[in-house]
Every structure is written in C-alpha cells, then in structure tokens.
Design a protein around this ligand. Structure first.
Ligand code: NAP
Length: 270
C-alpha cells in the first residue's frame, strides 16, 4: 500500500532533497508540501521546487489544512516549527519522521510530551553509514575503555546554525553510554587559553564551519603509541533523505512510540 508523505520545510536544502527522494522511492507518494506562511514559495509546485517536473502538489502554509492527506510528516526544519507540527500531528494521530536538530533541553522535553501518543522516528542523522558508525563506536569504546582519550570532530557547511552537530552529540552519547559516563558532565566544547592538562574521562568536541561541506564526523580514540579513528563523510544530502523516506515507509505500520534509525535498520541488539 502506498505511503502518503508530507514534507515540511519543502524549500529548504533537505526539503528539496526529500521531495526528490520520495519521487524515486517505491511505494511512497508526496501528498503535501509545506513552508512557513510568509514564504514567497507558497503555491509553487513542489516537484518544480525540487528541480523535477511538475508533480501537482502545491506548497501550502497550513499543516492543519492538509493533515488528513498524509500518513507521515517528514520534518527537517527548525525546533519551534517542529514543535508546532508535532502538536498538530499528535492531535490527528499522524506519524512523524523528525530530522530537525538544535533543540534545547526545554524544547526536548516539550517535544517528548507532545509526541507521546504517536509513532515518531527521530534521528540526528538518517544516513545508513552514520548509523553503522554508531554501532562501531559502541564496540570501540567498550574495547578501548578508559585507556584512551576520546575526541569528536565535526565539519559542516557555512549555513549550519547549531553546534556541535546533532550527529556529533549522538556519537559522544554512544561513547559515553558505553563507558558509563554522563555526557553532560564530561563533554568539553572547544578549548582556548590555559586549559590545563587533559582529563582522561572528558570527551572533547571540535567544530568546523566552512564552504559547502555536507557533513564530516570523526571520533578519535587516542592512546600512547596508537590511535583509532572512525570517520564518516557525507558527500550528498541524498544519504539523509533516502534514510528519512525509508523511515517514513517503515513508520506507517508501527505502533505509537519513540523510534530511531537503529530501529528502522534493525541494528538494535535483542
Ligand atoms: P534549511 O535549508 O534552512 O531548511 C529549513 C527549512 O525549514 C527552510 O525552508 C525554512 O524556511 C523552513 N522553516 C523554518 N521554520 C519554519 C516554519 N516555522 N514553518 C515552515 N517551514 C519552516 O536547513 P536544512 O539544511 O535543510 O536543515 C534543516 C534541519 O535539518 C536542521 O535542523 C539540520 O540540522 C537538520 N538536518 C538533519 C539531518 C539528519 O539526518 N537528521 C540531515 C541534514 C540536516 P526559511 O528558509 O524561510 O526559514
């Protein structure tokens, strides 16, 4: 059965890529596209917006007006927009795939409260390769343990507004969980001046913003005499979009609950 998908933030970098990914995904159909009300692109054909031919779906401004037209909403926008969309989807019992990053602690709690009654797949990174890396990082942290210094490096394009990236934070979280550390207590976000010697249990984060870098992440496990580095480099947003569309198709038949890309890919240990 066809999965009817709505894309919000349709004119954004990810929005356009998602529309393209849906157009080639078997069993999936774009049934609504949304942008903020003040956008000059309201009324534009979503297919044309994505550089494809006309698809007959016009970009709208009001999610409540189209909520009966889709099974799952894919949302890669901004935290406040995602919270507003979650409220509408929860009331209508519609599933959500959430890729938006940069939620603060209060917004995270509010999102959890809003989405409690529906099926939601949220991931800081929807690429298959990154999700495989999460698995490898867990293994590396358990094997190398407290004998190494652990640092997370990430680089993204100059337009990205939050730092460190959601993916870098997830990588840090995987490592912290594997080692029984509290990331909030051991994370060090950038260093400057007289920092003193490094404390072993800290997990450092370094951020680069430059040009059109789609997304690079490296986690370094460094000991005396050797180091292991696990690196992922995204060269196209299509890797995220394909994963998000796969998640939307998977989510349609799931019960209400919180899922992530590890669930979609079957990477969770039983
Ligand atoms: P972008 O190009 O700025 O796109 C965001 C889109 O959302 C824009 O079209 C923006 O419109 C729209 N938007 C913002 N507020 C809105 C609202 N209230 N109602 C409707 N539309 C609204 O950004 P992007 O690079 O596509 O990234 C979007 C988000 O996805 C970011 O949080 C990013 O970190 C995240 N992301 C996640 C993954 C992942 O795999 N999880 C991968 C890539 C990106 P305006 O331009 O008018 O503001």
């Amino acid at each position: 059965m066809t999965v009817k998908i709505a894309v919000t933030g349709a004119a954004g970098r990810m929005g356009k890529t998602l529309i393209e990914a849906i157009s080639v995904a078997e069993g999936c159909e774009l049934s609504a596209a949304l942008e903020r009300p003040e956008s000059s692109l309201i009324g534009a054909d979503a297919g044309e917006l994505a550089g494809l031919g006309k698809c007959g779906v016009l970009v709208g401004a009001d999610i409540a007006a189209v909520v009966d037209d889709f099974d799952v909403l894919i949302d890669f926008t901004a935290p406040l927009a995602t919270l507003a969309n979650a409220e509408v989807c929860a009331k209508a019992g519609k599933g959500m795939v959430i890729g938006t990053t940069g939620f603060d602690a209060g917004q995270k709690a509010e999102l959890e409260r809003l989405i409690a009654p529906i099926a939601v797949c949220q991931a800081s990174n929807f690429s298959t390769g990154v999700n495989l890396c999460f698995k490898l990082l867990d293994m590396a942290a358990r094997v190398l343990g407290d004998d190494v210094d652990i640092e997370v490096y990430e680089a993204h394009h100059r337009h990205k507004v939050d730092a460190p990236s959601g993916t870098a934070l997830s990588m840090g979280q995987v490592v912290a969980d594997a080692l029984g550390r509290d990331l909030d207590k051991v994370a060090v976000y950038g260093r400057e001046g007289q920092t003193g010697a490094r404390e072993r249990e800290t997990i450092g984060f370094a951020t680069v913003r430059a040009g059109d870098i789609v997304g690079d992440h490296t986690v370094m496990f460094s000991a005396e005499g050797e180091r292991v580095e696990i690196t992922h480099k995204a060269s196209s947003r299509m890797s995220f979009a394909r994963g998000a569309v796969r998640a939307a198709a998977w989510l349609k038949s799931q019960a209400a609950g919180r899922y992530d890309m590890q669930d979609v890919l079957g990477l969770k240990a039983d």
